[in-house]
Write a protein that binds this ligand. Structure first.
Ligand SMILES: [Zn+2]
Length: 294
């Protein structure tokens, strides 16, 4: 049985690498016309941040083994990801959503952590393994009671159970792990790690202002913005010690989390005042939120 499992996993990893290449081709094709040229200032910023993060963490073999290639896509979505082969994709929506280079460095540290920790392979292996087990389970059901309808219903129930009991909690665990390791990467690059929590608090504030419906965390593939900020707040003291050990320049000025907290109340109040002035038919999704002083 262990030999079957071994071949099964080897086959999964092989399929996975083929899927990455396929995914890369599809993406390059889809966003070809929206890729920023290397001469664009935004491309240069992303390149410098990734270069600085990888240089500061080159003692980690998985970091130095990869060649990081940058792709900046001109799309409003707040998104970034890194493929396991080191291809970094950043959307201009994310560049607009961060308020400084420290927040961007943390987010890219998080994405690099996903690649270094081989989360995509881990996830694909788990999904394939669960599919494999469910196939055995469904075959047994069908052997005992060979009705097609039972097989269809069984398959539906099994896929939903798998999604909510294994897949989504597992995704959230991987996100939390990438936050922790990404913060360490950022600390070694002398980033002001306190900005990491500010980024998620800002995202939470934007969501509150836009009145976007929130999924309960257990239904989501990602931890809630609030929980991410709290988790990072707990990790920041250790990350600050890493900064010190790396002989980074000491952080001057007030804590950005304190500034954000002071601004948050003011922003919410002015937003609500503005909202009550505007007509009830206003489309909230088009409202611009100015964060330039956070
Ligand atoms: Zn992530």
């Amino acid at each position: 049985f262990s030999l079957i499992v071994f071949f099964y996993f080897s086959f999964t990893v092989c399929l996975f690498h083929m899927a990455i290449n396929q995914f890369l081709f599809q993406w390059m094709d889809k966003y070809e016309s929206k890729m920023l040229p290397e001469t664009d200032a935004r491309y240069q910023v992303v390149k410098r941040v990734v270069g600085h993060l990888s240089e500061s963490n080159k003692d980690i073999p998985q970091v130095s083994a990869l060649t990081w290639a940058i792709h900046v896509v001109d799309e409003p979505e707040v998104n970034a990801f890194v493929l396991p082969n080191g291809e970094v994709f950043v959307f201009t929506g994310l560049l607009n959503a961060v308020s400084d280079i420290h927040q961007l460095s943390f987010i890219l540290g998080h994405e690099i952590a996903h690649a270094v920790l081989e989360h995509a392979i881990e996830k694909a292996s788990l999904v394939h393994f669960l599919d494999f087990l469910s196939l055995i389970f469904l075959t047994m059901i069908w052997a005992i009671c060979p009705h097609d309808i039972l097989a269809v219903v069984g398959q539906r129930i099994q896929s939903k159970l798998q999604e909510f009991i294994f897949d989504r909690p597992y995704s959230r665990t991987l996100e939390t792990e990438a936050d922790k390791v990404g913060l360490q990467f950022a600390a070694k690059a002398c980033v002001d790690v306190r900005a990491s929590s500010v980024f998620w608090q800002r995202m939470e504030l934007v969501e509150t202002m836009k009145g976007e419906p929130r999924l309960p965390e257990w239904l989501s593939t990602h931890p809630s913005h609030e929980n991410r900020a709290e988790h990072l707040d707990r990790l920041i003291p250790e990350a600050l010690k890493i900064r010190e050990r790396c002989n980074c320049p000491s952080l001057s000025g007030p804590d950005p989390r304190l500034i954000f907290r002071l601004n948050r109340q003011h922003l919410l109040e002015s937003y609500r005042a503005q909202e009550s002035q505007n007509s009830t038919n206003q489309d909230l999704s088009k409202t611009e939120v100015d964060f330039s002083h956070t």
